[in-house]
Design a protein around this ligand. Structure first.
Ligand code: CA
Length: 241
């Protein structure tokens, strides 16, 4: 098996070299980038297994790198690294789809533990999504086809890629279609781990999911809001294969 490739996007040379050295001792392959633009380019070209992303970066801030990657369908697990006092950025990072965060200064053993945990979680997640998908790979609804093998949907003849979180949210809503699924339920099942989870995180992901699913996001027909309670998938299943 090829060792996981970690991309370290960090502008402080000593810290970058220290992290690289330690991750290599842990057995990982490591690529580094010293600014946001180089980081974004390497994230796309090198297809790393995981990205360690500093938020304060020259060229392009870390949150922009994260946003670009997620908007273009890159679901690489990302751990963001923030300085003390950047709590708002941290929360925003998680809402944009980061998988975990570390606050500087951090110990290298803590870093290694976080990386292992995120890799375990994301690889297990991919596997279990794959197993579930095997049972019913393609589901057709009025004006909407969901393809679980490709983590994509087709609307108006156009295939649109879903992020891992979007796919898991949609899966849960469709599995329980016709029922109200609460934000807390979604947080527990989809995120499933403890860190600053807010129900706003759920709402932001639902908003992104709706942009992909719905013709008119102001009047959604697939994922509707049940005020004060949560969300419900409304559409009738037409066909499953
Ligand atoms: Ca920095």
């Amino acid at each position: 098996m090829i060792e996981p490739l970690i991309l370290v996007i960090e502008d402080e040379p000593d810290l970058r070299a220290g992290i690289q050295h330690n991750l290599e001792l842990e057995g990982y392959r490591v690529q580094t980038a010293a600014d946001g633009k180089e980081g974004l380019r390497k994230a796309r070209d090198q297809r790393p297994t995981l990205i360690l992303l500093d938020l304060m970066l020259p060229g392009m801030p870390g949150l922009e790198v994260l946003r670009h990657l997620r908007e273009t369908g890159h679901e690489t697990p990302i751990i963001i690294v923030s300085a003390k006092g950047q709590d708002r950025d941290k929360v925003q990072g998680l809402e944009l789809g980061a998988d975990d965060y570390l606050t500087k200064p951090f110990g290298l053993s803590e870093l290694a533990a976080r990386i292992r945990a995120v890799l375990r979680r994301t690889q297990a997640g991919a596997k279990s999504s794959g197993e579930r998908a095997a049972a019913n790979s393609v589901m057709k609804f009025p004006d909407l086809v969901v393809d679980w093998r490709r983590f994509s949907i087709v609307r108006d003849g156009e295939e649109i890629q879903l992020s891992r979180y979007e796919a898991e949210i949609l899966r849960m809503l469709i599995d329980r279609r016709g029922e109200v699924v609460s934000r807390q339920d979604l947080l527990r099942k989809v995120w499933g781990y403890v860190h600053l989870p807010t129900t706003r995180t759920v709402d932001n992901h639902i908003a992104r999911l709706r942009k992909k699913l719905e013709r008119d996001v102001e009047n959604p027909v697939h994922v509707v809001t049940v005020h004060g309670l949560g969300y419900r998938f409304e559409s009738q299943l037409l066909e499953e294969s």
